[in-house]
Design a protein around this ligand. Structure first.
Ligand code: GCU
Length: 412
């Protein structure tokens, strides 16, 4: 009886591990055979599948959107950089949702410069102690919810002068500039609330009520990705930036957003997703690390309501995150893990990158040139890049050095 029970358990476990969906298999059951089929048919099918079932549908570029360069200094950071701060008025109105772009452009580079664009967790003023960065007026987490910054500087959910530079350890701006890249960043809360209680009631969500209260509602990960595209709209107008060489970067939840931004917007020439974990680069089919139930209950605003259907069905999912990575193909993508970041399932992030390779190969690119997860602190770089470093959930100088090498390899 015990043996029978055990066999039943093993059997049901095995049955739950369905094979990974094949990104090159079209909805009609046929395999993608031509490049054109991939670009015009299969890509669209996948984008629609993920928009319907997971991220939700995003609005188009708002016609009324307006940019205002509200501050500029050609001799910022002791003359090293030009700093520009740009208000993006999403619906054109000064009292509507406003996203501030903080831009540093290296002065030593001639001509248009490649750029790295990424959202930040704790406000633009936190990425560098530069006293001229506008302190965000947007809501800010404090106390326990803010473990990576000096949260005592946040008073009544508003950042203060004491918050300047508190997150600079994750943004080595001087090194990025020295390597010849511009850095462009914006604060996540300028775009949408990241609080489960007010999740879909603030920021850009207020502009699109028709995209809420439905299964494929515009979620917050999608809103961050969409805002990265709006930042790209601005960068296309900035004569200092080479808009054909913009890498979109994000860490953790913002790495989930960066990946969806790269999947949906082909203007991004590169995607860098640092420890994006569940709902980012890791495969749900492994059933390891943070699961769909946790994502949908702790962060109910992140994904569309339809995604809740898949709670407790991680290993049975009819799609998985390698297909989101594959949507970036043939453009270069870098996935990175940290060995102690268990919730993000580092092996699952590697497996996600590796499983996207079939599309890169199909499109004539190299993929990720290693069969096994690389040894610690070693970067492997083909058209897909990957490393796993020692330590925990963070963005370190080591991570940035690999991203800048990857950008040099593909952009220079
Ligand atoms: C939580 C969440 C993760 C997320 C992380 C972060 O840990 O469970 O999915 O990546 O926050 O954004 O830092």
């Amino acid at each position: 009886m015990v043996l029978y029970g055990l066999l039943w358990l093993v059997n049901s476990y095995l049955q739950a591990q369905t094979p990974l969906p094949d990104p090159l298999l079209m909805n009609n059951g046929q395999r993608v055979k031509t490049l054109e089929q991939w670009h015009t048919q299969r890509r669209k099918e996948l984008l629609e599948l993920f928009a319907n079932e997971m991220y939700g549908h995003s609005p188009k570029r708002p016609a009324e959107m307006r940019f205002e360069v509200f501050e500029e200094d050609k001799k910022a950071l002791n003359g090293k950089a030009t700093r520009r701060q740009v208000a993006v008025y999403i619906n054109g109105k000064s009292d509507g949702p406003r996203m501030d772009l903080l831009i540093y452009i290296p002065n030593h580079v001639k001509g248009r410069v490649p750029a790295i664009l990424g959202l930040n967790f704790w406000g633009n003023h936190a990425v560098h102690p530069d006293p001229n960065i506008r302190i965000t007026q947007s809501w800010m987490e404090s106390g326990k919810g803010n473990p990576y910054a000096n949260h005592s500087c946040v008073v009544n959910h508003q950042a203060t002068e004491a918050c300047r530079g508190t997150n600079a350890n994750q943004w080595p701006i001087d090194s990025i500039l020295d390597r010849g890249y511009a850095l462009v960043t914006a604060y996540r809360e300028d775009i949408a609330s990241d609080d489960a209680k007010t999740g879909l009631q603030k920021g850009v969500h207020t502009l699109y009520p028709e995209l809420q209260n439905k299964g494929d509602n515009f979620g917050t990960i999608a809103a961050w990705a969409w805002a990265l595209s709006r930042a790209m709209d601005y960068l296309e107008t900035d004569k200092a930036i080479d808009a054909e060489k913009v890498a979109v970067f994000g860490w953790s939840r913002l790495g989930k957003g960066a990946l969806w931004a790269g999947a949906t917007d082909e203007r991004f020439a590169m995607v860098i997703s640092n420890e994006s974990g569940a709902g980012g680069a890791k495969l749900f089919h492994r059933g390891v690390g943070e699961n769909i139930r946790r994502l949908c209950t702790v962060f109910p605003h992140w994904y569309a309501a339809n995604f809740k259907k898949y709670m407790d069905k991680d290993t049975l999912l009819p799609f998985d995150q390698h297909e989101v990575i594959a949507l970036v193909a043939p453009r270069p993508v870098y996935i990175a893990s940290a060995v102690d970041d268990k919730g993000a399932d580092p092996e699952g992030e590697f497996a996600g990158a590796k499983a996207a390779e079939v599309v890169y190969r199909f499109l004539g690119k190299e993929g990720l040139p290693t069969e096994k997860i690389p040894i610690l602190n070693t970067s492997v770089q083909g058209q897909i890049g990957y490393h796993i470093r020692s330590g925990g959930h963070d963005v370190t100088l080591f991570d940035w050095q690999q991203y800048l090498n990857f950008a040099d390899k593909h952009f220079k």
